[in-house]
Design a protein around this ligand. Structure first.
Ligand code: F3S
Length: 397
């Protein structure tokens, strides 16, 4: 790969050990994917932050990098395994909390902003169209590529950190125009509304893409989609289909930039939505846990939950998972008080998937198709998908 003199200096150790190791990681990656050169990145999002995922081996790598490593670009973190201020109320044990904080301290030492959210684009790590990034977290990658029109591959923890320390990423994959065109055409003939329904749609498309062995869907027929609906769709299509980029006619910024796929048309109608919704509802379930905010809730979603809970009391464990800065806004405008007076809990910095709660509940109700997948696969819960309104009613029942 062709290196600039600055990149060569990093590789030669002139910018310290962490920069040298980072450059080695990026060059290896670039060689595997035949990148010709590196590009500058605007920002980085690091995943694999929960101590549950990191373990001691991961922590050792982080501590080594933190010895002399400093990030060169705006870098934020994915959710951790706990609410950093309120972990005891969520039933997290002290040993886990201590280890989680060791990991976050190592990230902070490198100059990373420890906001711990999977929606960095809602809290200031906000790229614009065409900018290169090195983001991990599949839902955020999909959102950045598709909804914003920025450019990032799906990074792993070490490669994202390497990009943060060097400010570079190898130029391959979704950074290149030729890899960004739609491959499978989906015609959505049913109206789609709400975060739950966009999640169901993401599962249909994700499951189907596997059959075609292709990854970039082009959707027509969607007339409207909010930020919250799009983030839910991104999380779902990335989970079920490994999708990092889609185009939505009339909605996403690049839908008209490339030749449209024309040969394969998959039609998605109301029946498909109904059938797939049923796949996200387990039989004979007892719901003892409700969680909204996968991906992390926006202030708009929190406002809605506050208005639905106003003056009422929940009877089940009910988490609203969000970014700390969003929670602070909710505190200031009074939404938090309404929600907490109702007995619901904020789980900022974390979520119902990455928190170490495997087996703690029998059945979870969520508005997110991604949370259904991991609720089953990781935490061994039975699951039910529903709208935000239905989730709130279930918590009150
Ligand atoms: Fe975010 Fe956790 Fe869902 S990381 S996308 S809230 S599984």
């Amino acid at each position: 790969m062709k290196l600039t003199s600055e990149e060569q200096d990093m590789l030669d150790g002139k910018h310290g050990k962490a920069a040298q190791k980072s450059m080695e990681i990026l060059i290896t990656l670039g060689d595997i994917f035949e990148a010709e050169y590196m590009v500058d990145v605007y920002g980085v999002q690091i995943a694999g932050v929960s101590y549950d995922n990191l373990s001691e081996a991961g922590l050792e790598f982080l501590s080594e990098m933190a010895e002399d490593g400093k990030v060169r670009v705006l870098t934020t973190l994915n959710p951790a395994g706990m609410d950093r201020e309120n972990w005891q109320a969520l039933g997290i044990d002290e040993k886990f909390a201590k280890n989680q904080n060791r990991a976050i301290d190592a990230f902070a030492k490198m100059g990373i902003i420890t906001t711990c959210s999977c929606t960095p684009y809602l809290i200031g790590n906000t790229p614009h169209f065409g900018q290169h990034l090195a983001w991990a977290e599949s839902s955020a990658v999909c959102y950045a590529n598709s909804v914003i029109g920025a450019r990032t591959n799906r990074e792993g923890g070490p490669s994202a950190l390497a990009s943060a320390i060097t400010g570079k990423t190898p130029n391959y994959g979704y950074h290149l125009n030729e890899n960004r065109h739609g491959e499978v055409l989906f015609n959505v003939t049913a109206p789609v509304k709400g975060t739950d329904e966009f999640g169901v749609l993401g599962k249909i498309i994700g499951d189907k893409l596997g059959e075609f062995g292709k990854k970039i869907p082009y959707l027509k027929g969607i007339s409207n989609a909010t930020v919250e609906e799009l983030k839910s769709f991104c999380a779902s299509v990335a989970t079920y289909g490994g999708t990092a980029l889609f185009h939505m006619e009339g909605i996403t910024p690049e839908y008209n930039n490339y030749t449209k796929p024309s040969e394969i048309i998959v039609e998605i109608n109301q029946d498909d939505l109904n059938k797939t919704r049923l796949e996200l509802i387990d039989d004979d379930m007892e719901i003892d846990f409700v969680s909204v905010g996968c991906p992390h809730a926006s202030i708009n979603e929190i406002a809605k939950i506050a208005s639905l809970l106003n003056g009422r009391k929940v009877k089940k464990e009910f988490w609203i998972t969000t970014a700390r800065p969003t929670k602070r806004i909710a505190d200031e405008v009074g939404y938090s008080k309404i929600i907490e007076d109702a007995g619901a809990k904020f789980a900022a910095d974390t979520c119902c998937v990455v928190a170490p709660i495997k087996g703690r509940f029998k059945g979870i109700m969520v508005d997110s198709a991604k949370a259904c997948y991991y609720g089953r696969a990781k935490n061994k819960f039975k699951v039910k998908i529903g709208s935000v309104e239905e989730c709130v009613e279930e918590a009150i029942k």
